[in-house]
Design a binder for this molecule. Structure first.
Ligand SMILES: C[S@@+](CC[C@H](N)C(=O)[O-])C[C@H]1O[C@@H](n2cnc3c(N)ncnc32)[C@H](O)[C@@H]1O
Length: 239
């Protein structure tokens, strides 16, 4: 396993990404008791949905090795049908879907999903965010109704729009504003999700320093590839 991501060859098989994956589990264990069965060995209630790429199997292995779930509670999705066929052959007990996850939201295989790892590396603050969020909303609402909570792990490329003239701080602010609207849409009137609850006013400016990694508001900023783009991850708990 190398130290940093090599995005060019889609190998997200490195120490930075491994600790990013384990932090998901930490947040789930510490902050979302509703999603754990406490009979004997704690297991996640509901299924975990993962955008796979070449290395999503690392998430599957982590969850299974940690005893958080059995493979049958893991749903792997990817746009690439060949990749999914390959995963199905390697891990026949997990659930596999080829195509755009947004087209699968109402399929029976996704009915019991309680955790969504939306790890598509789209641009933070990008224009597709809102659309993706709207499409995922029914799934998240279903999980809250069934389990009392849902978790959305949303990983976005913080520096993607820099070359288009949009600095990272502005991208992060836009990202927070859009995601707050997405989360609000998913929970309805039960709870208020303001952008400033995710990212206090002015806090975004810390990412102007291109060397900054760490926590800012509800976002974890980390760097995969050395000298490459930083990622912004939001781990949102919906109730
Ligand atoms: C960065 S990789 C995922 C890495 C993996 N989660 C891990 O932990 O190593 C992103 C993958 O998401 C897939 N993807 C992006 N948007 C998608 C969508 N809307 N539906 C299905 N797959 C999607 C892409 O095909 C790509 O292979």
């Amino acid at each position: 396993m190398s130290e940093v991501s090599d995005r060019g060859s889609d190998t997200f098989d490195n120490a930075a990404k491994a600790s990013y994956r384990s932090r998901h589990l930490g947040v789930l264990r510490e902050q979302v008791p509703e999603l754990w069965n406490d009979e004997g060995r704690p297991r996640l209630r509901g299924a975990w949905l993962e955008l796979m790429g070449a290395t999503g199997w690392r998430t599957l292995r982590l969850l299974v090795d940690e005893g958080a779930l059995t493979p049958s509670a893991f749903v792997g999705v990817d746009l690439d049908a060949v990749r999914i066929a390959d995963y199905r052959a390697r891990y026949p007990d997990a659930r596999w879907l080829a195509g755009d996850v947004l087209d699968h939201v109402h399929r029976p295989d996704l009915e019991d999903v309680s955790v969504v790892h939306f790890d598509g590396y789209e641009a933070a603050g990008g224009r597709r965010l809102e659309h993706v969020g709207e499409q995922l909303s029914p799934l998240l609402r279903r999980a809250v109704a069934r389990f009392g909570a849902a978790v959305l792990l949303w990983n976005a490329d913080l520096d993607a729009t820099r070359r288009l003239g949009q600095p990272a701080a502005r991208a992060l602010r836009l990202h927070a504003t859009t995601l707050a609207a997405v989360l609000q849409g998913a929970v309805g009137a039960r709870r208020e999700f303001g952008a400033e609850g995710l990212l206090a006013a002015g806090a975004e400016h810390v990412v102007t320093d291109a060397a900054f990694v760490g926590l800012v508001g509800a976002f974890e900023i980390y760097r995969g590839k050395g000298g490459g783009h930083r990622m912004a991850c939001l781990r949102a708990v919906l109730r």
